[in-house]
Design a protein around this ligand. Structure first.
Ligand code: HPA
Length: 276
């Protein structure tokens, strides 16, 4: 068997044994500072990445390294508290391994969250933005021999972010105290933040948000037929001008994400409650 596939199956088997073969309806990937959602999961089973054979360990700030299985919105879910970034040096196969493992456990939906910089000048720090599309400027995680067990060689990406899930989020945002805003996420490798010229360029080509994650996971989720919902927390306004007061700071990113995570948790749990 393809060694990449074998590694995924082994990790899934390890988790299956610990959750008594139960099937999560949705997988959730928690971004920088957004790990708090995991505290709302009822009857949690915590599975450290370090216990899973062949699984990488997250090194990014604001990221713990656990799968948490349990109930959210009355439905069974499995969350990744901490993700893997390309800038940490992992190959794309490992950046995205968690998504394929969640698919093997039976998850039909993927909820992804991230901290992002705003290149839409109308956004404010702390805004929660429904991701409606992305621009991929990272290496594509599907390059290489196709994993036929998971999906086709040339997956469609016209509706990468599920239209019905976006509409569901829009209908639930008001009761969660979230003004409805939707945007396009630009995925860059990092780890540098952007120069002002790059931000002007990304904005000119249609991006509203910029970040260093999410896109590989969404591509892999779509490849294996999962329905995706994505949400960004605006942790900083990306810099249009070369002035020193605009310097970016990783700790600030985590702090702002933490403040918004309660509302995002409320929205995602209400969304999941309506799914079947
Ligand atoms: N750029 C890229 N990634 C980010 C940013 C940013 O400004 N903020 C949070 N993640």
């Amino acid at each position: 068997m393809d060694q990449r596939v074998e590694r995924i199956y082994k990790a899934a088997d390890h988790i299956k044994a610990l959750i008594s073969g139960k099937t999560p309806l949705a997988g959730i990937v928690l971004g920088s500072g957004l790990g708090k959602l995991a505290d709302r999961i009822e009857d949690p089973v915590t599975i450290p990445y370090s216990d899973i054979p062949g699984f990488p360990v997250s090194t990014a700030i604001g990221h713990k390294g656990n799968f948490i299985f349990g109930k959210l919105g009355g439905k069974e879910v499995i969350a990744m508290q901490g993700r893997f970034h390309y800038y940490e040096g992992y190959p794309m196969e490992l950046v995205t391994i968690g998504v394929r493992v969640m698919k093997c456990l039976g998850a039909r939906y993927l909820f992804v969250s991230n901290a992002a910089g705003a290149c839409n000048p109308e956004y404010k720090v702390g805004d929660l933005i429904i991701i409606r599309d992305h621009i991929n400027m990272m290496p594509n995680p599907l390059v290489g021999p196709n994993m036929d067990e998971f999906g086709p060689r040339f997956p469609d990406m016209t509706c990468a972010y599920d239209i019905k899930l976006q509409a569901l989020a829009e209908s639930l945002c008001p009761e969660c105290g979230i003004p409805v805003k939707k945007g396009v996420y630009f995925g860059s490798t990092g780890p540098t933040y952007e120069t002002p010229a790059e931000i002007r360029f990304y904005h000119a080509v249609g991006a509203d948000l910029v970040g260093m994650s999410t896109v590989p996971e969404v591509i892999v989720a779509r490849h294996c037929g999962m329905k995706v919902f994505g949400m960004s927390v605006v942790t900083n306004l990306a810099n249009f001008l070369n002035v020193e007061k605009n310097l970016n700071d990783g700790d600030d990113v985590v702090k702002q994400a933490d403040l918004a995570s309660e509302k995002m948790t409320e929205l995602m749990s209400r969304m999941i409650a309506t799914l079947d």
